[in-house]
Write a protein that binds this ligand. Sequence first.
Ligand SMILES: NC(=O)c1ccc[n+]([C@@H]2O[C@H](COP(=O)([O-])OP(=O)(O)OC[C@H]3O[C@@H](n4cnc5c(N)ncnc54)[C@H](O)[C@@H]3O)[C@@H](O)[C@H]2O)c1
Length: 251
Amino acid sequence: METMWNFAGARALVAGAGGIGGAVARALAHAGADVIALDRDPVRLDELAGTATAGRVRGHTADLTSASACREAVAGAAELLGGRIEVFVHAVGMNDRHPVLETPDELWDKITAVNLGSAFWLGRAVGALMVPAGHGRIVYLSSVSGLLAHRDHAPYAATKGGVNQLMRVMAREWAPHGVTVNAVAPGYTETGLTRAYLARPGVRASMEALVPAGRLGTPEDLVGPTLFLASDASAFVTGQVLYADGGRTLV
Ligand SMILES: NC(=O)c1ccc[n+]([C@@H]2O[C@H](COP(=O)([O-])OP(=O)(O)OC[C@H]3O[C@@H](n4cnc5c(N)ncnc54)[C@H](O)[C@@H]3O)[C@@H](O)[C@H]2O)c1
């Protein structure tokens, strides 16, 4: 398999070894980066390490729902990477659909910790390494749900809108230090996050009907946009949300 990307010598941390994080980690490794992947699920990490046939991805198990766990995860990854992290991709996420009035307290706490808390805690710890080094690329996986008001998505949508604003403030603060911070916002993409919902009768067809491109996304659709924002080709791009959604946000 050929790659148009060159990440030779880059040290990369990818949080989230699921559908999208896994595809991005494999692509970074294939392009020459030394990659550490974080996930709470050791089986996913093993699968990822086993399927990264070109290059190497090393897994590190961590439940990223607290500041201390995120700090320790970044410190552990930095040690494995020789003290430097040049690329950080945040692809951790969860969702659980309920109307606002039926959303349990603990679900709000869990989704905000996983999607937004980890984005802040990991981004802050990575930024503390990138800012003094004078270089870095941070890419958050946001969502079209950060813009559109999908029913039954209150905590998820709130965290994705929050990620967009967190990303913009980091981008502004760290631009003078050569660190860019951007987001890729996927539309509906077939991964473990969406599989059960898509299997419900009629859901797949109704989702596809909302996308001008006429299909749902694949994890590979997110690789190019993410690697662009992780590369030096995007050195003057910061604080942006790049929608990779087949036109979903146009309608
Ligand atoms: N799939 C989609 O349709 C879609 C659309 C828009 C945005 N996104 C975003 O893309 C990102 C990646 O999602 P995906 O589709 O690859 O989902 P996925 O479920 O395949 O991967 C998410 C990963 O996060 C990990 N994770 C969850 N909670 C964790 C925790 N507490 N600590 C450590 N790891 C944890 C899971 O184990 C999983 O491997 C997420 O931020 C998601 O919100 C996905």
